[in-house]
Design a protein around this ligand. Structure first.
Ligand SMILES: Cc1cc2nc3c(=O)[nH]c(=O)nc-3n(C[C@H](O)[C@H](O)[C@H](O)COP(=O)(O)O)c2cc1C
Length: 172
């Protein structure tokens, strides 16, 4: 049984590419694309560690393939208290800096309410310029912020560093 489940929603492939890089960096990781591979909440059961990926759309909303799963998670409220959860996702700090990667903040709130330990993979907001992010508190994002629109040259290294950080924090 794979231990790390990487669940990702991505419309133009940026967060999907990040998920694929992460899959290669973790042993026994399985990638679940929310449009192609996801059927129901039971798929979360197979993993102790969840890496939750989503780009941000609309007014700071999670990517569309997450809408139904998040609704089900909130309504059925499975017990995730044994799970370690970290978040990552793409956004655009320049054109959409009023809600930069806000989806990660919304998703973190939902998984926290299920009892999951979501204190992993926090990432410094230094080096990003934006007006507001629901994902940021006290100078840290609640997950990895990727911006391929404005800072594509930093993406690969950010993902590598974040994976190292997670392995350290989670004792992997
Ligand atoms: C209509 C529209 C709305 C968007 N809204 C946001 C937003 O609220 N916050 C943000 O950080 N990025 C926003 N973005 C930028 C996307 O998240 C960005 O292009 C991202 O790279 C898409 O990643 P994906 O290919 O994984 O879906 C928006 C983009 C579009 C076209």
């Amino acid at each position: 049984m794979a231990n790390v489940g990487i669940f990702v929603g991505s419309s133009s492939g940026v967060t999907q590419a990040a998920a694929e890089q992460l899959e290669a960096l973790f042993e026994e990781a399985e990638l679940i694309n929310m449009e192609e591979d996801y059927d129901d909440l039971e798929q979360f059961d197979a993993f102790d560690i969840l890496l939750i990926g989503s780009s941000t759309w609309g007014q700071g909303d999670p990517q569309r393939d997450w809408v139904d799963p998040l609704y089900a998670l909130e309504n059925e409220a499975p017990d995730f208290s044994a799970k370690k959860v970290a978040f990552f996702g793409a956004g655009d700090q320049d054109t959409h800096g009023e809600e930069f990667i806000s989806a990660l903040g919304k998703m973190k709130d939902i998984f926290s309410r299920l009892g999951a330990d979501t204190e992993y993979g926090y990432w410094p907001a230094e080096g990003y310029t934006y007006k507001y992010s629901r994902a940021e508190k006290d100078g840290r994002f609640c997950g990895l912020a990727i911006d391929d629109v404005n800072q594509a040259e930093l993406t690969e290294e950010r993902i590598n560093r974040w994976a190292e950080q997670l392995k350290y924090e989670m004792g992997l």
